[in-house]
Design a protein around this ligand. Structure first.
Ligand SMILES: *[C@@H]1O[C@H](CO)[C@@H](O)[C@H](O)[C@H]1NC(C)=O
Ligand SMILES: *[C@@H]1O[C@H](CO)[C@@H](O)[C@H](O)[C@H]1NC(C)=O
Ligand SMILES: *[C@@H]1O[C@H](CO)[C@@H](O)[C@H](O)[C@H]1NC(C)=O
Length: 269
């Protein structure tokens, strides 16, 4: 009797092991999440953690950039790190490096030039690579460039009169509607919060495995939850800030005040 149970337990354990091995070998996912970030907010967050931090901004500071393309199984996170021996190799993206440096920029000053790309490739790209159109670094990063050209939030939000501003703020419903009006799908909208304010930080749009745009409903991603069918972690009961880079943090008022004081000094001396 005892032996029999031990034997059954052994078989079940083997089957379980085999099934997890199988999942590792062929990553399973439903969607590709294309995440764009707003550099001004990312920079603000980076500086907030450490006052010595600096940011490397794109030439046009008020432009959405790429964070990543993330294969995702509905209702769960990941898969991630699908091939730990296929590490990011900068040589593979040389032909598009100059472009990537603008549109898929690592804004975290002082960190290695390639750290963002290495992270995105090692964690997400190696999983996306089971799809033939994404089975190389060059293809994965090129798709990012292509999608940003087609789906840049600069144009999409602007068409809904949502523009970076130091004075206006927007409800998450307005932002969601602007995207839905243009793309016809539900995005996910992410904010960073500071001193009770919500700052627009990332917008995610979703694609099927045959690269057709689709709703993001059902994704489970960092801090994003469902609010009246809007996928967001932003505070839905107040307006969201969409700041210019120059306005963020120490910019505006203190600099202005300093200039004024300098000018008054110059004038009175
Ligand atoms: C800032 O610190 C928090 C908490 O330690 C961390 O979760 C977050 O990722 C950091 N942000 C940046 C941009 O480094
Ligand atoms: C992992 O990547 C290496 C290097 O590209 C490749 O040779 C290998 O076949 C990959 N393994 C799997 C399980 O895809
Ligand atoms: C959202 O904003 C409202 C209004 O300012 C505030 O009362 C509430 O505490 C905020 N909620 C969160 C979770 O920050």
């Amino acid at each position: 009797m005892e032996i029999k149970y031990v034997f059954i337990f052994f078989i079940v354990t083997c089957l379980h092991y085999a099934s997890t091995r199988k999942t590792q070998a062929t990553p399973e996912f439903d969607l590709l999440i294309f995440t764009q970030q707003w550099p001004a907010t990312a920079c603000k967050e980076w500086k907030k953690n450490d006052s010595t931090h600096t940011c490397v901004m794109p030439k046009n500071v008020d432009t959405w950039t790429i964070h990543g393309i993330w294969p995702t199984k509905l209702g769960t996170m990941g898969p991630a790190f699908c091939n730990r021996t296929w590490l990011f190799d900068p040589e593979k993206i040389r032909p598009i490096e100059i472009q990537l440096n603008q549109v898929w920029i690592n804004i975290f000053g002082g960190t290695s030039l390639y750290s963002l790309w290495a992270h995105e490739w090692n964690k997400h790209g190696t999983c996306a690579a089971v799809l033939e159109p994404l089975n190389s670094e060059l293809k994965y990063f090129s798709l990012g460039i292509d999608w940003l050209q087609k789906f840049s939030m600069n144009n999409i939000l602007q068409s809904g009169n949502i523009v970076p501003s130091s004075t206006n703020a927007y409800s998450v419903v307005e932002i969601n509607n602007a995207i839905k009006a243009k793309l016809g799908v539900d995005p996910a909208i992410e904010c960073k919060k500071e001193n009770g304010e919500s700052y627009l930080s990332e917008i995610r749009i979703c694609f099927t495995k045959d690269f057709k745009i689709t709703n993001c409903d059902g994704i489970v991603s960092r801090k994003v939850f469902d609010y009246h069918s809007i996928l967001t972690n932003c505070n839905t009961s107040k307006k969201i800030l969409y700041p210019h880079y120059k306005d963020s943090k120490e910019g505006s008022i203190y600099v202005q005040l300093y200039k004024l004081v300098s000018w008054v000094q110059w004038f009175t001396l």
